[in-house]
Ligand binder design. Sequence first.
Ligand code: NAP
Length: 264
Amino acid sequence: MKFFVTSRGDETSEALRKRAEEYLTDFGLELDEQEPEIVISVGGDGTLLHAFHSYSHRLDDTSFVGVHTGHLGFYADWKPEEIERLVIHIAKTPFQIVEYPLLEVVVRHYGGESSDRYLALNECTLKTMEGSLVANVEIKGELFETFRGDGLCISTPSGSTAYNKALNGAILHPSLESLQIAEMASINNRIYRTIGSPLILPQHHTTLIKPLNDVDMQITIDHHSMVDKKIKSIQCRVAEEKIRFARFRPFPFWQRVKESFIGD
Ligand code: NAP
């Protein structure tokens, strides 16, 4: 089996990356950065986000597993002291695959037929570089509301514990194929009105966000950020592609939520 190990780059993660590489090579696995069948990400959830985007062109052929060298993560759920155990699992046992939904984002521009397509593991956010974001939000081809406020966050179920949670969005189990729209400080008064609650859309519903003010927009896709002016629309829906995690033992999602946010 071909593998690759990514690291956050700090001393602890690098030492662990080297150990994992040595052990796996000793077990006869082949180090292959271009076409790995399994990617071991050493660091945190942010490190796994980077790993996902490095291999998002070959999601059918690559599985991911995360080791955390800081606090417990949602994508990185193996402890550093378990590295030998994890390596033996990878080398010796056929692993189970757990798939999580992703978000498909299509950005269209004025004055061109071209569109840009992105996949997000956590979320896409839309804000303006100055002033409020004013945008029509369509759901399934119908105008739902005109949003005015700081911005919008459209997240995956596994991204619901990240930025979405800071916006008081719901935490969704990653087996729910859905996306969530959460508002960032919407303006609500007698003139402007938004729903005010996070919305959860099923797999077959698409949302289209059409900015109405001609200002520089900031779009983020997970940790990537870009600034663009001539945005006509941002279309979000549940992607056909999924991310595959290699699972060697049960670690229920709700237990991870509890350990991360509530403690023992
Ligand atoms: P960062 O600002 O360096 O770190 C963001 C934090 O979010 C890290 O502690 C990271 O965990 C954690 N995280 C990432 N994915 C998560 C998930 N699915 N569930 C729970 N926590 C998660 O940025 P980054 O490392 O490049 O990550 C980009 C992400 O930051 C974005 O996708 C967005 O979700 C998040 N973010 C959150 C806020 C907010 O909560 N107000 C604002 C901006 C961005 P690790 O420490 O394990 O890496």
